[in-house]
Ligand binder design. Structure first.
Ligand SMILES: CC(C)(COP(=O)(O)OP(=O)(O)OC[C@H]1O[C@@H](n2cnc3c(N)ncnc32)[C@H](O)[C@@H]1OP(=O)(O)O)[C@@H](O)C(=O)NCCC(=O)NCCS
Length: 223
């Protein structure tokens, strides 16, 4: 836990100086975890910032704290939120959650009809994704865009992925499908919200009071 306040925003030209440190931290973290990762170059990170397809987190004094970016696949049918990284000194203070919320919001506004997905081995990311409405899916529900899967070539587990004909690997796939969410929303029965100031709530309380008093009177008569 730390006491920093963070600024989490869509990255732009002024943040390109952080591309190198972000890239280094991504590689270092992957090495430390001993898990696979798709390698990124500083140029790629920089491009994402210039395109407005990345979210960066800084401390109030301008120290880099975290990052994540968007990639589109299958001609925009799919959006992947990738490369999530939080600087080790700022972990476990809810920053990844803030970054993922912001990148999710950016993805939804830029590509409102796209399915949003991510591949991860990390429990923290699975938790955050699930809170955002992502659901675990099989790889067959992800994009079949070869370019996306080429990104896995630099992962240490690439042989496993290929031996399973791209149907499975060590990463869990999670997907947010806006169309499916819409269908489910429409299918849900209308739920009344019992706002304590609403007329409906007031009427229900009146009915309850009346029937309570009636029962009370009847009980008093008996005794
Ligand atoms: C994974 C990572 C991004 C998490 O960042 P973070 O800022 O520490 O995460 P948060 O503080 O927002 O935690 C989010 C949730 O995950 C949980 N969590 C955080 N780290 C965790 C861990 N190592 N194991 C299990 N749960 C974890 C938190 O308790 C929190 O859960 P809650 O909402 O129920 O309290 C960070 O550890 C990191 O950069 N790791 C290296 C790169 C990496 O693994 N990236 C993900 C690639 S998919």
């Amino acid at each position: 836990m730390n006491n920093n306040t963070f600024i989490v925003c869509v990255a732009d030209e002024q943040h390109t100086r952080f591309a190198e440190i972000i890239c280094t931290e991504m590689a270092e973290s992957a090495k430390a975890r001993g898990t696979g990762i798709a390698k990124r170059t500083p140029e790629y990170i920089l491009q994402k910032m210039q395109e407005g397809k990345a979210v960066i987190a800084l401390t109030s004094v301008g120290t880099w704290a975290g990052f994540c970016y968007i990639e589109t696949w299958g001609h925009g049918e799919y959006v992947a939120n990738s490369g999530l990284i939080v600087s080790p000194q700022f972990r476990k203070s809810g920053l990844a959650k803030m970054i993922k919320e912001k990148i999710f919001e950016l993805s939804r506004s830029k590509y409102p009809h796209a399915k949003i997905f991510g591949l991860t081995t990390g429990l923290a990311v699975m938790k955050i994704n699930s809170d955002l409405g992502y659901e675990p899916v099989t790889y067959s529900e992800l994009t079949n865009d070869d370019e996306f899967w080429k990104g896995c070539q630099s992962c240490v587990n690439y042989d496993i992925l290929m031996s399973k004909e791209r149907k499975n690997c060590l990463c869990t796939a999670m997907l947010y499908d806006p169309a499916e969410k819409e269908i489910r929303k429409k299918a849900e029965p209308v739920k009344h919200s019992f706002n304590k100031e609403s007329k409906l709530f007031e009427r229900l309380m009146n009915i309850k009071q009346i029937s309570f008093l009636k029962n009370l009177k009847e009980n008093i008569k008996i005794f």
